[in-house]
Design a protein around this ligand. Sequence first.
Ligand SMILES: *Cc1c(COP(=O)(O)O)cnc(C)c1O
Length: 231
Amino acid sequence: MINERIAEVREQIRLHCERVGRDPSEVTLIAVSKTKPLSMVLEAAEGGQIDFGENKVQEMCEKHSLASDMPLRWHLIGHLQSNKAKKAVSVSTMIHSVDSIALAKDIDRHAAQLGKVQDILLEINVAGEESKFGITLASAEDIVREIAKLTHVRLRGFMTVAPFVENAEDNRVHFRALKNFLVDINAKNIDNINVDVLSMGMSGDYGVAVEEGATHVRVGTYIFGHRDYTI
Ligand SMILES: *Cc1c(COP(=O)(O)O)cnc(C)c1O
């Protein structure tokens, strides 16, 4: 079941790429396994899925250590508190949810101690929703310029959690805005900054996100089923 769902998502990614003349190999599917048991991760991993997303550091670390015999990549996609930055750095392939220069500096410090250069994304609240984490588009350039000075984080690009909408088309404008921002940032030729990652699109809207240039889509519910937060 899980692997059939993953195959379906991959096929959809291929179709949406075809529609806009993109190569599907440019798009990484992150299977968002938050709240789901390790058995589901292993089932997907045995089917060939490599990239997994978690929103809590503790849960990510547990799954990481229990599946350490498999060559999986762990993406931290949820809000990160500074006091968990060290653990996050120890297991994350990429931290998608950097939303302040203070947090970027903490990650930089821990990465230096661990002898690692940590790939990060800046989380941008493109639609300006009050309930969401992420910085505004207006303040993003200043933070990019600060991050550029850090030696043990590598800014790879941007992440956004788009609004929850009935019609995925409604989010196209937000995905496009983030892509335009990425192009603008590269055009400024900031030392140490050359971004190519756009983490955008979830179960309900990843097709539109792919059409607008997503390089990483984060799909949970469609692959693993609804999450039960009451247990
Ligand atoms: C939970 C989550 C997802 C996956 O959302 P689905 O709608 O279940 O596909 C993607 N991104 C972030 C940041 C999440 O927290």
